[in-house]
Design a protein around this ligand. Structure first.
Ligand SMILES: Cc1ncc(COP(=O)(O)O)c(C=O)c1O
Length: 495
């Protein structure tokens, strides 16, 4: 049975609905601490009624949460081809190392004389990432890709204020960009100037030159871009922006396609972010905690967030706050240190040859899917791609009247997580597939077969396909209602 259908075998109701007065899952001893008037909370802060928690036994609570975990889909249970999100397997050795008490139990305020090992790991990971990306310095503080973007553009802003007396007003953003790029511009006080990519899916230097001006602070360019294509004219584009007094930001979310083969720092880029949770196999979690290190060249290094982990004159690791040009902190303490331990472990485990294999397999797998799926689906840019391939519903819409949404829902019934859909927005009804390097040929073949089945089903019974998904515990949602009237938390029934 596929994981998507597993929900059907459960017969137990949700614990919130089975509360039985007096039933309990715990027995705590009476408190031996007397309530003290000194620490009593102000009356206004005390609740008048007991919370309306469900009253259930331990067994009911355990079944509820284990069942929920089994109804969930994750990379540890199946193929998760979510383009641009890089849902690749996170090796368990990373978890083992992150759980070592010397790392897991560290207090961020512990004196540096107690934390030499952790500080060394931190500084060494920065050095590894600088070497891999071709930059002079790295800050591990940002907590996600978008946070790295915010930090990176902030560094550019500070640099322009210092060197030109103005942050300038605009940032150039290609139409293949992730939504976080324009959001980052806005958060940093910049207007975005969109650049349409050419018919071949790439940014053309002449289009950049046409909009470059004294007002432009930077270009934010994603490489490889979200069509899964390498921006081959990145150097010419960087030269144009630099000649106009601006800087080049690279969204490095797709660095798993370049590992060991190309370094953005050698391509004219001034600053980029990495998503450790994509390229370096740390967990995505439910939106976090993640890590989005920012990598910079010499010009931007003085502005990096504090503290910096450095070696003192005595050779011991220490933290340096004395950096007059810094933009300050962007995150408490050192960022999400557990993620740094995992990424460090991954790099050490793989070594140089292993990292080369990562990019090689990521690209090979994406191209395998491109060629095989191209027999039934429209491939938007049908030439050698990098880490991901973008299809759309052109053939199925024309021949059977089913669209990207129907196809994505039908994939759930086939037992797989759907790919990213309707992104990048420059592609009509995009289906964006990123297999990642961790999947075997057998898994890719099973996915191809599922996609071919969907194409056949669409032609034989389009109305049936429009009902999908039928197998999971939750069917097709009313997406309009979900947006307009979202129910985001459980509330007890009145009475
Ligand atoms: C190309 C690209 N840029 C930026 C981001 C933002 O990264 P994060 O989700 O870590 O904030 C993503 C996320 O998927 C992405 O795909």
């Amino acid at each position: 049975m596929s994981i998507a259908t597993r929900g059907l075998q459960f017969r137990e109701p949700l614990i919130f609905e089975v509360s039985s007065p007096g039933r309990t899952g715990h027995s705590l001893p009476a408190s031996c601490v007397e309530a003290s008037g000194d620490v009593a909370l102000p009356a206004g802060l005390l609740r008048q009624d007991a919370p309306a928690w469900p009253e259930v036994s331990e067994l009911e609570a355990v079944r509820h949460f284990v069942r929920l975990s089994q109804q969930n889909y994750g990379i540890d249970v199946g193929f998760f081809p979510l383009g641009s999100c890089t849902m690749k397997y996170n090796p368990k050795v990373n978890e083992d190392v992150a759980r070592l008490p010397g790392f897991a139990d560290l207090h961020p305020l512990a004196p540096t004389s107690w934390t030499q090992g952790a500080l060394e790991l931190y500084a060494t990971l920065e050095r590894y990432l600088a070497e891999i990306t071709g930059f002079s310095a790295v800050s591990l503080q940002p907590a996600a890709g978008a946070h790295g973007e915010f930090t990176g553009l902030r560094l550019i802003r500070e640099h322009l204020i210092t060197t030109q007396g103005t942050p300038r007003a605009k940032v150039l953003v290609p139409d293949t960009a992730h939504g976080t790029n324009p959001a980052t511009c806005k958060m940093n006080g910049y207007a975005t100037v969109p650049i349409a990519s050419a018919d071949n899916g790439l940014v053309r230097p002449e289009d950049v030159a046409a909009v470059m001006s004294d007002d432009v602070a930077a270009i934010m360019i994603t490489n490889p871009n979200t069509l899964g294509l390498f921006e081959s004219q990145i150097k010419e584009i960087a030269d144009i922006v630099h000649a106009g007094g601006g800087m080049v930001y690279c969204d490095g979310a797709n660095m798993n396609a370049l590992l060991g083969r190309g370094r953005p720092g050698d391509m004219g880029v001034d600053v980029m972010h990495l998503n450790l949770h994509k390229t370096f196999s740390t967990p995505h979690g439910g939106g976090g905690p993640g890590s989005g290190p920012v990598c910079v060249n010499d010009a931007l290094e003085p502005y990096l967030p504090v503290p910096r982990v450095v070696r003192g004159a005595d050779g011991a690791w220490t933290v340096d706050f004395d950096r007059p040009a810094t933009i300050g902190r962007v995150k408490a303490f050192f960022g999400n240190f557990g993620m740094h331990v995992r990424a460090y472990t991954y790099i050490r485990e793989l070594g140089r040859e292993g990292l080369l294999d990562v990019s090689g397999m990521a690209v090979l797998n994406a191209n395998y899917l491109r060629v095989k799926l191209g027999k039934t689906y429209n491939v938007v840019q049908d030439r050698v791609c990098m880490h991901e391939v973008v299809l759309n519903d052109k053939h199925q819409r024309r021949d059977a009247g089913v669209d990207t949404r129907d196809i994505a829902k039908a994939i759930i019934d086939q037992g797989f997580h759907p790919p990213t859909t309707f992104f990048p927005i420059c592609v009509h009804n995009a289906i964006m597939i990123e297999p990642t390097e961790t999947e075997s040929k057998d898994t890719l073949d099973a996915f191809i077969e599922a996609m071919e089945t969907i194409d056949r089903d669409a032609r034989a019974n389009p109305d049936g396909l429009r009902q999908a998904p039928l197998k999971p515990i939750v069917g097709r949602l009313d997406e309009t209602r979900a947006v307009r009237q979202p129910v985001l938390r459980w509330s007890p029934k009145a009475g």
